[in-house]
Design a binder for this molecule. Structure first.
Ligand code: ZN
Length: 162
């Protein structure tokens, strides 16, 4: 095992990135971080530790078909599917706490590791807001428990979006 593929939330929390391994993210993760005002931190990470790579069409197609088969497809974002496909391409381990990503990783035979929530000190700086009804959740919640819409992460300190 030579490296890890990281999901967006791992970089939001930004703690305890595995030492001594290659760390890879997908273009979708870059876009999500930029959208959340993390461009500066991202630049630093890209300059020092992390490389961006796109998954093959073949792996993306496999992820898509397997996710439809397991029923995870609607719970997974395009970015989630990208990082699954990337881990498949590279033979790297996925670092993610997302249950749907972990579920599909198991199906695809992609090894994964959860992120140690206890070590997180910055979690309160982030929250999620439902795109449907507007209910606010803690940062790791990706789907609204009231109306089922996907949530968006935002900074609690930064400018609020409507
Ligand atoms: Zn909702």
């Amino acid at each position: 095992m030579k490296g890890f593929v990281l999901d967006t939330s791992v970089l939001f929390y930004g703690k305890d990135l595995p030492d001594g391994y290659e760390l890879v993210i997908s273009p979708g993760v870059v876009r999500e971080l930029e959208r959340e005002g993390m461009a500066q931190r991202l630049e630093l990470l890209l300059a020092t530790r992390i490389r961006v790579s796109s998954p093959s069409k073949r792996s993306l197609a496999k992820v898509e078909s397997e996710s439809q088969r397991t029923g995870d497809s609607t719970r997974l974002s395009e970015t989630d599917k990208e990082i699954l496909a990337l881990a498949l391409d590279l033979g790297y381990q996925l670092l993610t706490d997302d249950y749907s990503i972990q579920n599909l990783a198991t199906v695809l035979g992609v090894p994964y590791r959860g992120f140690d929530q206890k070590g997180i000190t910055k979690v309160l700086e982030w929250e999620s807001k439902c795109g449907g009804c507007g209910k606010v959740f803690s940062a790791e919640v990706k789907e609204c428990d009231v109306c089922g819409h996907p949530t968006r992460m935002r900074s609690r300190k930064g400018p609020r979006r409507a």
